[in-house]
Design a protein around this ligand. Structure first.
Ligand SMILES: [Zn+2]
Length: 175
């Protein structure tokens, strides 16, 4: 079989992309800290990153929702309470990235369909863009400035959306 295909982005970049798209930029230090480590207590994470424990937990649970991290809960023998130990699921990255791209493509396809199936109206000041039914309701007068609303040629928008979809599909098949 062919050799393992190298990913375009480094894992670090990929990790950042996934975290920004799915969770929050704020969670980046946590995943960067967890790289190459195993079973790190949330207290250690909070301490090392100088984050509040509540904030740390909040971000960890958000990461958990997307399977970016996982944890085990262990009873602390001395203190008697339960502590969560966290791991980064680096092997999930490719899968998560593909999912992000797939979702993006789906959204773009919906937008494209809406553009293709509808006619849009706009006044010359470009206050607001409405579909035919709405334009009818407004008697083709802009609800904001009162100017006449004209049919907008959306062929460039359609072309742009088609290109974006194609690019994303190409990216997906080359990585
Ligand atoms: Zn207007």
């Amino acid at each position: 079989m062919s050799e393992c295909i190298t990913v375009n982005m480094s894992n670090k970049e990929l990790l950042k992309k996934v975290v920004i798209e799915l969770v929050d930029e704020e969670a980046i230090p946590i995943v960067m800290y967890l790289r190459g480590k195993t079973k790190i207590s949330e207290f250690i994470i909070a301490e090392e990153l100088e984050l509040e424990i509540h904030k740390t937990r909040f971000l960890l649970y958000k990461l958990l929702e997307h399977n970016i991290v996982s944890f085990i809960r262990k009873k602390d023998k001395i203190k008697g309470w339960y502590i969560c130990y966290w791991d980064l699921n680096e092997h999930m990255l490719d899968h998560l990235e593909k999912k992000i791209d797939k979702d993006k493509i789906e959204k773009l396809k919906l937008r494209l369909k809406r553009e293709e199936d509808n006619q849009f109206y706009l006044c010359r000041n470009a206050c607001t863009r409405v579909d035919f039914d709405q334009a009818m309701e407004f008697s083709f007068k802009c609800p904001e400035c009162g100017e006449l609303m004209n049919l907008q040629d959306n062929s460039r928008t359609i072309e742009f959306l088609r290109e974006r979809i194609k690019d994303l599909k190409d990216e997906g098949s080359s990585s």
